[in-house]
Design a binder for this molecule. Sequence first.
Ligand code: FES
Ligand SMILES: [Fe+2]
Length: 451
Amino acid sequence: MLSSEDTDLLCRVDADTPMGKMMRQYWLPFGYSWEYEKDDQPQRIRLLGEDLIVWRSSEGELAVTQPNCPHRGVNFFYGRNEESGIRCAYHGWKFDVTGQCVEMPNEPAESNFKYKVKIKSYRCADFGGVAWVYMGADQLNLPQIPQFEWGLLPEENVNHAQKIVYECNWMQALEGELDSTHVYFLHRRLDPSDSPRFGLYHNDMRAKFHIVDKEYGFTYGAERTELDGNTYWRTTQFLFPFYGMFPAQDGVVPLSIYVPIDDYHTLHMGIWWKPSGPMEGTRRPSALLADELGALAPGVGPMKDEQHGKFFSHWWPKAAPDSDFLVNALAKKTKNMTGIPTVRLQDSAVIHSMGPIMDRTKEHLGTTDASIIRARRSLIRAAVAFDKEGKMPPGSENPQKYFVRSCATILEPNLKWEDALEDWHNCKTNEFPRLLSESNRPFQERILPNQ
Ligand code: FES
Ligand SMILES: [Fe+2]
C-alpha cells in the first residue's frame, strides 16, 4: 500500500514535480526515426506533461520544439517544415532546429528583431532506429543515450514490435512489467494440452523472488520448480526510470518502454532483439490479429484511424477501453483466460481497468509483489534525492550500464542463477544459457514470439 502523497510522488510527472524533474535527467525515446521524414508535416507529441512539435530538417536533423509561435501564439502544427526550418503559417516567422528565428518576412528588411527571438528547442537524436529527446535544463552537457544492446546491433537483429498510447498512468504499466506471477494467470490458455498459440501455461503459479540491486535499477530472478525437479528461472531487468526487460527464451531479448506522456497517458514501445543473428518477421509493428478463435497474435493489433488533434495521433489502438479491448466472449469461455486477442492487449486491459491513476491506498500487496515494492521505493527515493539534494538518479550518468539482458531458462536445481546466467545477462556471450540439452528439456511453456 502507498499513501496518496507517495502515490502522487511516484506517478505525477509535470515539470514542477519531483518525478518529472528526475525524468528530465534521462534521454526519452518517443518514436521511430522513420516516422519523421525530412521537410515533412510537423507532428504533435506530449512528454512529461509538455506539448511539443517534432519535425526533421532538410539536412536530416531531428527537431523537438515548443508548439506555439512566439509572435502571436499560432501552433506550428499548421506551419511548414521547409528549407532548413519550420515556418509559422500565420506571418511566416521561421526557426531553425536550434530554435533560433532566422526569418521574419513581415518585419522591415533592415530589422534585427529576428536575432532576439528564439523558441524552446530540446536536443534530440536518432539511435537504434528510435527518435530520442533530452528535456533536461542543461542542454549543453548531455549524457550519452543509454547504450542498449539493440541500439548497437545490425538492423536485421532488431524487431520494433509495438508502439501504443495507453490511457493510464505510466507507473501501473511499468508495475505490470515487473510482475512475474501474473504471467501464468492472465496470459494462460484454459486447456494445458492446447497449443501455446492460445496462451501460456505453467504448473507452478508460486514463484519465489530473488532481487539484486544494480547501478541502473535492479534485476530479479523468479524461481519455479519444474515437474522433474529442475528449476525454471525467469529473470527481469528494471532499468531507471521506465524500462523493463522481461524474460524470453531461445536467445531473444525483449525491452518494454513506458514513457510518461502526462499523468494520465503513457507511450509504450516494445523492442525485441537477437544478439546472435537476424530476427524473423518485420522490423516494424504488425497490425494483424489471429483469425482463429482464441489464438493470440503478437503486438497490439491495428490502430484507429489517425486521431486528428491529439498527440501521437497515429498510435491510438483499436483495442482500448472504448472497445473493451476487443474481448471475445466465446474465446474467453473456451480458449484463454480473457478472450482478449494478444498478450500485450491483455496487459493493456488490466492496467487500464485500475483507473487513470491507480488508488494504491486500497491495495493489498503480497510476497510476490516484492519487485513492485522495490521499484516504487527506489523511484520515490531517487526523485526526492534529486529534488532535495541534486543527487543524480540511478543510471543517468552510466549509459553503458544499460548493456544488459534478461532470460527465461531451466537450470539444474543446485546452480546459482546469478552466476550461471552472468555472461548472458552482461552480453558477454551470444550463446543462450540453456543448461539442459534439448532432448531432456521439459520446458512447460514456450512464450509466443513478440508477446
Ligand atoms: S503568429 Fe507566428 S508568425 Fe505570427
Ligand atoms: Fe503481461
